[in-house]
Design a protein around this ligand. Structure first.
Ligand code: UD1
Length: 420
């Protein structure tokens, strides 16, 4: 088992570059199922979730050609031999549900294991299934699997009870070949949803309104493969911004999509962090004492739930009281117990965490519980006294490319060790 070992106390100084967004790549990999030829995706980082999705595509019969040097993946769905996402794969990555839309769209059938609970809540998929039923699919649940069949897909208006991100993406993927017009109301507005719509349009789809709460999809008969360059990962960028602020560093973050990070940017400024857009990137200077701010997670453009744990790590060492309210996921405070083991002062009351800033954190052995929680523990380790060891870092590898190399390049004392 690998661990990350951090000796805290160094300021982060220098330049770092943000990788392509995992949550933009996975839906685009799924979209490749819609076409027969080679779909080309550029700016693809080396991440565990992307490998899991590649394995799923291989499992259903896609050809996948990877060039890690060029950071490119080519996918061809010429001969699909299976229409099933098995339990073993869905349980390691819930985003596997994204194959449902394109399989139904192109082949009128799919069988996907029902995702169960996960560390951050029960996370149902009712929004996905309701939408598919609305456009004419027959959806049944049997033996832990979702079976979807359709003779015809017919465009209609779909209202989402919750603006689910992958739910919106799945319905866009399903709607591209529906007859007539599909309208998704109360759609997710995340930048990754917009990127998927633009990518599908590049492949010949007719999608309008992505980035607003109403997305209109005019069904087309056929799509064609295309080349896509993935947008930068706003969550990775935000994690570096917070790391810089916490260590009182001075870092130029290249490929930093500040336009997708408004809510974080405003909160960082309120907390006393200097964030400047420069020609070659975004400079973050954390020279000032940090002040506590309140956070409430919301769907985009609200404060991202995927930044909540990292922001909480920052609040543990900011002066004053911070109230952090998690409204997107029901159980996303798994990092709190670990941060408290480092001396953080946090009380949980329902979906609120009340954080009172302390003078310093002290390094400790810690256990990562989910992807973003792991990042928050690494951030805490960067400023803690002494040594912090984070185990179960496979969570971190799901979504951060070479995080220890990127941080050590900025002067952090951080390394990955094999603990056996
Ligand atoms: C996506 C992101 C994830 C991020 C999350 C919220 C990907 C691959 N993952 O996950 O990193 O944390 O958005 O920004 O893009 N819900 C239902 N029924 C449904 C679907 C969702 O009740 O059918 C609930 C969920 O339990 C959760 C909330 O809606 O409480 C938001 O979930 P959703 O937007 O679907 O998250 P994901 O798309 O799974």
């Amino acid at each position: 088992m690998e661990k990350i070992v951090i000796e805290g106390g160094n300021r982060l100084i220098g330049e770092v570059s943000v990788s392509g967004a995992k949550n933009a790549i996975l839906p685009l990999m799924a979209a490749s199922i819609l076409v027969d030829g080679w779909n080309v995706i550029r700016n693809v980082p080396s991440l565990r979730d992307i490998k899991t999705f590649r394995d799923l595509l291989l499992h259903i019969g896609c050809e996948v050609d990877e060039d890690p040097e060029e950071k490119t993946i080519r996918i061809r769905a010429h001969e699909i031999t299976s229409f099933e996402a098995p339990y073993e794969m869905v349980k390691t990555m819930r985003a596997s549900i994204l194959v449902l839309g394109p399989l139904v769209s192109r082949f009128r059938r799919a069988r996907v294991s029902l995702p169960g609970g996960c560390a951050i809540g029960t996370r149902p998929v009712d929004v996905h299934l309701m939408g598919l039923k609305k456009i004419g699919c027959d959806v049944t649940l049997e033996h832990g699997y979702i079976n979807v069949k359709a003779d015809r897909l017919i465009g209609t208006r779909i209202y989402l009870d919750i603006p689910s991100v992958t739910g919106t993406e799945n319905l866009m993927l399903a709607g591209v070949h529906a007859e007539g017009v599909t309208v998704i109301e109360n759609a997710a507005m995340e930048p990754e949803v917009v990127f998927l719509a633009e990518s599908l349009n590049r492949m010949g789809a007719q999608i309008r309104g992505a980035g607003t709460d109403t997305i209109t999809i005019e069904g087309v008969r056929e799509l064609h493969p295309a080349e896509h360059t993935v947008i930068p990962d706003r969550i990775e960028a935000g994690t570096f911004m917070i790391a810089t602020a916490m260590t009182r560093g001075n870092v130029l973050i290249k490929n930093c999509p500040l336009e997708y990070l408004d809510s974080l940017n405003l909160k960082l400024k309120e907390a006393g962090v200097d964030v400047r857009a420069e020609n070659s990137g975004v400079r973050v200077i954390g020279d000032y004492p940090l002040r506590s701010v309140d956070i409430k997670t919301l769907p985009y453009p609200g404060f991202p739930t995927d930044m909540q744990a990292q922001m909480m790590a920052m609040m543990t060492i900011s002066s004053g009281l911070s109230v952090i309210t998690e409204t997107v996921f029901e159980n996303r405070f798994m990092h709190v117990g670990e941060l408290k083991r480092m001396g953080a002062d946090i009380i949980i009351n329902g979906n609120c965490a009340i954080v009172k800033g302390v003078e310093r954190l002290s390094g400790a052995p810690l256990m990562a519980t989910d992807l973003r929680a792991s990042a928050s523990l690494v951030l805490a380790g960067l400023v803690a006294d002494g040594v912090t060891e984070v185990s179960r870092i496979y969570h971190l590898d799901r979504g951060y490319e070479n995080i220890e190399k990127k941080l050590s390049g900025l002067g952090a004392r951080i390394k990955r060790i094999n603990s056996e």
